[in-house]
Write a protein that binds this ligand. Structure first.
Ligand code: PAF
Length: 298
């Protein structure tokens, strides 16, 4: 069993037009490849809502902050296609660079507000790159539904706002973060961790879940955040870029978790930057189920 790999937007649109004539509901799962169980869970979730599933694979140069990071990003198309085929995904759309950014491409999609702060403060231009490529992928595929993981929680907000502001008729479906058995959030960057770093890595999630528990129980936010930061550094992480409490619905900064909230962090373990976030309200359920079973969240 194999999955067709489509390289051009003309070919993609012709297939999608056929599906439309047949009345199929179409989902897209945007990725940069190096697929892991988190991505595969998005594909499975897509099948629960759609008749046809397109997975996109494009390592988007516009969202990287350094040429070295872009060059080091894993490129595993052959393996990715092999992982998707048994799931029955209908198309792997892996466009050539010029299909996304043709010569003299001059447009940037920039989402104010939700792109600022958190990762936006440390990765200038990153969310412009994400919003631009995702807008193109939405318009090229013409999908009805798009599936994103909550691990990239700020990205989810950026994409939602972008689609809404540009009247792109697509429903953004958020799916829970998939974690390794020890709690580490799955990420294509985890393969860069050394054996020692991999051992220390799950401490981030543990610390976030514990801090979320204390916040939900009414502990003082400043104290909890300061102690969580200290715990991360004590666990062997090199740096904490941010560890913040934000509102679940619009990412505004919160002094107290008096409305649905998220605790979000970006940290450095050696030369690897890791991000994670946990829900403050739902922390007890989430903490109990470090699971690879996908679950769709509203
Ligand atoms: O989350 C990712 O893998 C990327 O940011 C995305 C959404 C595929 C855009 O390049």
């Amino acid at each position: 069993m194999s999955i067709p790999i489509i390289r051009t937007v003309v070919e993609l649109r012709s297939i999608v037009a056929t599906w439309r004539r047949e009345g199929f509901k179409i989902a897209v799962v945007p990725t940069m490849g190096a697929l892991h169980e988190g991505h595969l869970s998005l594909v499975r979730a897509a099948f629960e809502r759609a008749d046809r599933v397109i997975v996109t694979l494009f390592v988007n140069p516009k969202q990287f902050n350094s040429a070295a990071d872009l060059a080091a990003y894993p490129r595993t198309e052959h393996d990715d296609a092999a992982k998707l085929a048994p799931l029955g995904a209908h198309i792997l759309y892996a466009p050539d660079g010029a299909e996304i950014y043709p010569e003299s491409f001059a447009t940037t999609v920039s989402v104010a507000g939700v792109s600022e702060g958190l990762c936006g403060a440390y990765r200038p231009g990153h969310f412009d790159g994400v919003a631009t490529v995702v807008a193109k992928l939405f318009l090229q595929t013409g999908a009805d539904l798009a599936f994103f993981g909550q691990k990239d929680f700020q990205q989810l907000h950026v994409v939602r706002r972008m689609a809404r502001d540009l009247d792109i008729p697509i429903e953004i479906v958020a799916c829970r973060t998939v974690r390794e058995k020890d709690g580490l959030a799955m990420s294509s960057r985890n393969v860069r961790l050394s054996a020692n770093e991999r051992q220390a890595a799950p401490r981030l999630a543990e610390i976030l879940f514990a801090a979320a528990g204390r916040l939900a129980a009414g502990a003082q936010t400043d104290d909890v955040l300061a102690e969580a930061r200290q715990s991360v550094l004590a666990a062997g992480y090199r740096d904490v870029e941010y560890l913040e409490l934000r509102a679940e619905d619009d990412l505004s900064p919160l002094d107290t978790a008096d409305r649905p909230a998220r605790l979000l962090a970006a940290v450095w373990l050696g030369e690897t930057r890791l991000i994670d976030n946990v829900s403050v309200e739902a922390h007890e359920n989430a903490a109990r189920t470090f699971t690879s079973v996908p679950a769709v969240a509203a």
